[in-house]
Ligand binder design. Structure first.
Ligand code: WQD
Length: 331
């Protein structure tokens, strides 16, 4: 089985590529390195002994994408590539729509031309918008009151994929809705290392630890939660990677959708304490106003992935913090 991982040098992509190689799959990577580094390829080789064939191509480059597919003869595409900074997407909506949606359409056209019939899409819990309930199940309506162009692109791409599968009965589409990815490979060789200013909690905590940012701002301490800070479903990236392999091995025609989360919620303060316990050092933080668009609580009902894929998250927050500290101290 030969797999093309678009965005495969990124945070979740690289961890999934490692898992694919360990399971004996042949993997190629297409990535424009906008939000990742070429050195990740050497790290993948160090961990697995295999250096995946790499195509430094932007998925908006139709000719370049076609050439990769013409030579690649892939069985499956795992589609990670895309812009993913929620805040940035509000400021640059056209760039997000062009890249995420235009790029996906180029990938789908190349798949059609070269008879690639299986795609797994890296989606996000953000498509649930405000579900008006703390836990999300896949049957919930999506696309309602989405607060960012980033989230809207994820929703729109899901709809495009559903329509593409409806139009071509041979096409298998699996949509994986990630909750909040954290942690990294136990080797400490790879981790979440976005270029530029991150949005997400863990990359910001990592920058505070590295003293690149003076302190963490805790966005809101007056939510209706056990300690007033927001609750999220933080899932270790190694569990996410394992979920992709099982999803690929269980693909069927039509569209399948799965939440990838732990089903357990953790507050921001609890994340700070867990990080401090792992590092053995205090993490500077201050209480700050709520961030517009944040929900008090968002966790996954992941029972469908367990029932149909035999997948369940096994890593804990403590595992994720231990691995994060290991990465920070190895870099
Ligand atoms: C988590 C919690 C913040 C930063 C988004 C996307 C989702 C997915 C994950 C890609 C919230 C709080 C954060 C900070 C803070 N994206 N926080 N101070 O918003 O749950 O989800 O990222 O895969 O699609 O919607 O993640 O990490 O931004 O925030 O207090 O400096 O941490 O308020 O409660 P979010 P996040």
């Amino acid at each position: 089985m030969k797999v093309l991982a678009t965005g495969g040098t990124g945070y979740i992509g690289s961890h999934t590529v490692i898992e694919l190689i360990k399971k004996g799959y042949e993997v190629e990577i297409l990535d424009n390195l906008f939000n990742s580094k070429i050195e990740v390829l050497d790290k993948i080789e160090k961990i697995t002994g295999v250096k995946p064939k790499f195509h430094q191509i932007d998925m908006l480059d139709e000719e370049g994408v076609e050439k990769v597919f013409a030579e690649g003869r892939f069985d499956t595409v795992i589609h990670f590539a895309g812009l993913k900074a929620v805040g940035e997407s509000v400021a640059k909506p056209l760039e997000y729509y062009k890249t995420n949606i235009g790029g996906t359409i180029n990938i789908l056209n190349a798949m059609k031309k070269y008879d690639v019939k299986r795609i797994i899409f890296s989606s996000s819990a953000t498509v649930y918008g405000d579900p008006h309930q703390p836990t999300c199940v896949e049957t919930l309506e999506t696309g309602r009151d989405l607060t960012s162009p980033y989230g809207k692109t994820k929703y729109m791409i899901e709809e495009i994929l559903k329509d593409a599968a409806f139009a071509d009965e041979d096409l298998s589409v699996t949509i994986l809705r990630y909750f909040n990815p954290v942690g990294n490979h136990e080797s400490g060789l790879i981790g979440e290392d976005p270029n530029g200013i991150p949005n997400n909690l863990m990359p910001i905590i990592m920058k505070v630890y590295r003293k690149e940012i003076p302190e963490l701002s805790v966005y809101g301490n007056d939510y209706e939660t056990r300690d007033g800070s927001c609750v999220r479903d933080y899932i270790h990236v190694l569990d996410l990677a394992a979920g992709h392999i099982l999803a690929m091995e269980h693909m069927k025609q039509g569209t399948s959708i799965y939440n990838l989360g732990t089903g357990t919620g953790t507050t921001v303060y609890e994340m700070v304490r867990a990080f401090e316990n792992a590092s053995g050092e205090k993490l500077p933080y201050r209480d700050a106003p709520r961030r517009p668009g944040d929900l008090a609580c968002l966790t996954a009902d992941a029972s469908k992935a367990e029932a149909e894929l035999g997948w369940k998250a096994t890593h804990t927050i403590e595992d994720a913090m231990r691995d994060t500290i290991n990465y920070l101290r190895s870099a």
